[in-house]
Design a protein around this ligand. Structure first.
Ligand code: FAD
Length: 476
């Protein structure tokens, strides 16, 4: 007799280990089939058919499929609108319930509501679980029961509330996986080409085993994290954001690991994981940040920056070496170090006075670890329009940032090779080099490397004026 089935619908949780929804499904069902839907409502918006994220997802899914096949089951992959595909599949397989992990993006919440309602109308249950974060929604609330808007007290409350149960391991009973013979009719093999994409080059391995390897490597050096995390040339961060984004590793497992170490480094790293929870909570509780600034008064700013400056920023030819190095590295890999994200976002908004949404969008299109919550949070922080943002009057000086965080110009040399022969001192601002020095470095300013497209101190004054005018408007 055919066993009674449940579906575990995976979305941004492309793994089998420590997986809450799969665990819950296996606990209560006789048999569990795992499904992923290539969501055409998202894919149709991706302009670049070489999108690196599609390669990462596709490879991770192949590995999930392989692990399922090792256990005698297989991954069902569908292509279409999940609001139609999931109810259709559920009916076709006569499943009793669909299990998934919660996603806090407004469009995902809407999708899940539609799917849940459709399933319910057919008598099929829909169960969703917290898995992507340690704490969600109002799990962490102020004394008055509201959401925190400032990180430090949120973090304090997060740490106070954390109990062993919050970071427990959810080990699914894989013996419950539906045998492949019951799934055969639903198994359609789909290559990236079949769904209109090409394999792109990605710099990191996909899948949960690769995520574990990366974690193990990072943990060897976690105690130094605090000292080197801000130095883009040193590779001192975990590089796990892509795995976290697609759920090839569980956030609980990272928090568990962080607690095994008692160093300043591990505490600083844990703090970053809490920032991740914080921004997910902000997106969940204040979804209007997708369309508006968190601080409503700054929606009024008319950013005067030009298209030409925006294009120079995108292409890494602003004449500011660290900014150019960061953008060129980003264009080549789809990844950027956190310090550099702050530097380039600050430069775009406060030096070029370009509307921050344009930068947010460029990152959204190209970041391999693109995550709406963290990206919007990061951009609004840098543009000084967000919750607990960088105050508008504290503006990064891109040359000082370069001297401080890439002191020997290692990152610049690797990514702006025409500057490689300048001395450690000159490389941060080669425009100050004499003609002789430029000749010696085989790099003439304005010919081999662009002259600065703006003057930092002038632009800084304009940025301050822009923000002050809003403040004055509010007072009047
Ligand atoms: C303008 C801007 C845009 C950003 N866009 C994204 C994005 O789209 N996706 C994304 O994952 N991160 C984003 N970040 C946050 C941060 O830059 C990356 O998470 C980090 O660089 C990833 O590298 P890592 O995995 O080596 O981080 P680690 O330093 O090893 O940190 C561990 C994990 O903590 C989380 N984390 C670290 N810093 C932050 C932060 N400031 N906010 C939220 N979570 C954090 C990430 O999940 C990260 O993988 C953005 C930051 C800025 C300033």
């Amino acid at each position: 007799m055919k066993p009674k089935l449940s579906l575990c619908w995976i979305r941004r949780d492309l793994r089998l280990a420590d997986h809450r929804a799969l665990f819950e499904a296996c606990c209560v069902s006789q048999s569990v089939a795992v499904v992923f839907v290539y969501d055409t409502t998202i894919l149709e918006k991706l302009k670049d058919k070489n999108d690196r994220r599609m390669t990462f997802i596709n490879k991770s899914l192949q590995l999930v499929d392989q692990k399922l096949r090792d256990k005698g089951s297989a991954l069902i992959t569908l292509y279409g609108d999940p609001c139609e595909e999931i109810p259709l599949l559920a009916t076709r397989l006569s499943v009793e319930a669909v299990f998934c992990n919660r996603d806090y993006e407004p469009s995902a919440k809407e999708r899940d509501k539609i799917v849940a309602d459709l399933l319910q109308s057919k008598g099929i249950a829909f169960h969703s679980y917290k898995d992507q974060v340690v704490f969600e929604g109002l799990d962490i609330a102020t004394k008055t029961g509201n959401s925190f808007r400032v990180f430090t007290p949120y973090k304090r409350a997060w740490l106070e509330k954390l109990a062993i149960e919050d970071i427990r391991i959810f080990r699914p009973n894989l013996k419950k996986l539906t045998p492949i013979k019951y799934l055969k009719a639903t198994l359609v093999s789909r290559t990236l080409n079949d769904i209109g994409f090409q394999n792109a080059k990605i710099w990191l391995e996909a899948g949960e085993d690769a995520a574990q390897k990366r974690l193990t490597k990072f943990l060897k050096n976690i105690d130094n994290y605090e000292k080197i995390r801000d130095l883009p040339g040193e590779g001192g961060t975990s590089g796990l954001s892509v795995h976290l984004r697609f759920g090839t590793i569980s956030i609980r497992s990272l928090v568990r690991e962080a607690f095994k170490f008692k160093s300043k480094g591990s505490k600083a790293w844990l703090s970053e994981l809490i920032w991740r929870d914080f921004y997910q909570m902000i997106l969940d509780r204040f979804p209007n940040i997708v369309e508006h600034t968190f601080l409503p008064q700054y929606d009024q700013i008319k950013w005067p920056g030009s298209n030409a400056h925006f294009n120079a920023w995108k292409e890494g030819r602003t004449g500011y070496p660290l900014v150019d190095a960061a953008m060129r590295h980003f264009n080549a890999t789809g990844w950027m170090h956190n310090r550099l994200r702050m530097v380039v976002a600050s430069f775009l908004t406060k030096d070029l006075l370009v509307y921050w949404r344009r930068g947010e969008q460029y990152f959204a299109e190209n970041l391999l670890d693109y995550d709406l919550a963290a990206n919007n949070g990061g951009w609004q922080w840098c543009a000084s329009t967000g919750c607990d943002a960088q105050p508008y009057f504290r503006i990064f000086n891109p040359v000082n940032q370069s001297k401080k965080f890439d002191p020997k110009g290692k990152f610049i040399r690797n990514n702006v090779p025409e500057l490689a022969k300048f001395t450690d001192k000159r490389i941060h601002w080669p425009h100050g080099a004499t003609i002789e020095e430029q000749k010696k470095a085989l790099c003439m300013m304005g010919k081999d490397y662009p002259r600065p497209i703006v003057d930092h101190s002038l632009q800084r004054a304009k940025a301050l004026q822009l923000f002050k005018s809003i403040k004055n408007n509010l007072v009047n």
